[in-house]
Write a protein that binds this ligand. Structure first.
Ligand code: ZN
Ligand code: ZN
Length: 117
């Protein structure tokens, strides 16, 4: 069951990548002669990597929650609706997930096998 926070795997991955990028960016900065700014540049790179990973983790968690029909915000049961594509009207099918407990809503373009071609 998806928790409220990214999984341990993501946290470990995040820590390792962030540290690796800090070291790499610091080294690059020293090589190009920015010795004074090296640690600041390293820190900036690390923060950017951490933010990117955090976003990925959130998207990953939401996708898992949607697959299990659980609300990513409050863990209640999600309701799904599918709107088929209609020739001459809506070109792609739309899948909608909705939580009646907290109002969470997510839509994605999804053309199912039964959507009109
Ligand atoms: Zn459809
Ligand atoms: Zn909810």
């Amino acid at each position: 069951m998806p928790g409220r926070y990214p999984s341990l795997t993501w946290s470990v991955l995040g820590l390792i990548s962030t540290a690796a990028w800090y070291i790499t960016a610091t080294r690059i900065a020293r090589i190009v002669g920015m010795r004074d700014a090296a640690s600041a540049i390293g820190l900036l790179a690390a923060v950017l990597v951490a933010i990117t990973l955090w976003r990925w983790a959130l998207a990953d968690r939401r996708q898992t929650a949607l697959t299990h029909l659980r609300c990513p915000q409050c863990d209640a049961q999600l309701r799904t609706e599918h709107e088929h594509a209609r020739p001459g009207g809506v070109e792609t099918g739309v899948q909608r997930w909705r939580c009646e407990d907290c109002g969470f809503e997510h839509t994605e373009a999804l053309t199912c096998p039964r959507c009109a071609a």
